[in-house]
Design a protein around this ligand. Structure first.
Ligand code: HEM
Length: 180
């Protein structure tokens, strides 16, 4: 996983919980990188899982909730870092429809070593289904990124998650619909 994800995570922890907690979770996790992340480096994604689980222990907030919040924050950061992906797109579902065939394709070109999930998307009259597949367990991150996208486009959406993951492989069907 790219260093940018880790550095954004540590920054958010510092901002929300303070520098001490950030230092503590880095020290208490058994990290090959020792928490010295650079934006362009690549690190084992299990380091993020360890950091989140330590943060969950210290804050008593469930790990999934922490990761969802991180996903929402990450989306805002993507808006600032990669504004080109938001140009000429005017609603949340159209944007989510571009992740598989445009956004992550460009990300893979920028960072050939990035490990990206796959998304199948199907739009319907009043909603959308997104199927998340990955060898990594980051469906809560996907949830947060979807929630963050809705916030960015000023839309109120319901997100249902049907987790059919097995054998360490993620397979999650997200059903999205507009609240009315
Ligand atoms: C402009 C928008 C976006 C950009 C620039 C972007 C970029 C990235 C990058 C750089 C990574 C890390 C890959 C690695 O380090 O190996 C990543 C991972 C990921 N992205 Fe995106 N992404 C965007 C939007 C989204 C959205 C909206 C979703 C959800 C629908 C999403 C779902 C994920 C997930 C779940 C991962 C974690 C890896 C995994 O699950 O296997 N991304 N993305």
């Amino acid at each position: 996983m790219k260093g940018i994800v880790f550095s954004e995570f540590i920054e958010l922890v510092e901002e929300k919980f303070g520098l001490d907690i950030a230092d503590t979770i880095i020290e208490e996790s058994d990290l090959p990188s020792q928490g010295a992340y650079t934006q362009v480096g690549t690190y084992d994604h299990t380091e993020l899982i360890q950091l989140v689980s330590k943060l969950s222990e210290h804050t008593e907030i469930p790990a999934d909730d922490l990761v969802k919040t991180f996903g929402e924050h990450m989306l805002q950061r993507f808006v600032a870092l990669y504004p080109q992906f938001f140009e000429n797109v005017d609603n949340c579902f159209d944007f989510l429809d571009t992740i598989e065939n445009k956004v992550h394709v460009e990300v893979q070109k920028l960072y050939p070593e990035a490990e990206l999930p796959s998304f199948d998307s199907m739009k319907s009259e009043n909603g959308m289904q997104l199927i998340y597949r990955s060898n990594r367990p980051f469906s809560a991150l996907a949830y947060g990124l979807i929630r963050g996208s809705a916030t960015y486009f000023n839309e109120d959406i319901d997100i249902e998650m049907d987790d059919q993951s097995s054998d360490g492989k993620s397979f999650v069907v997200f059903t999205l619909s507009h609240k009315n």
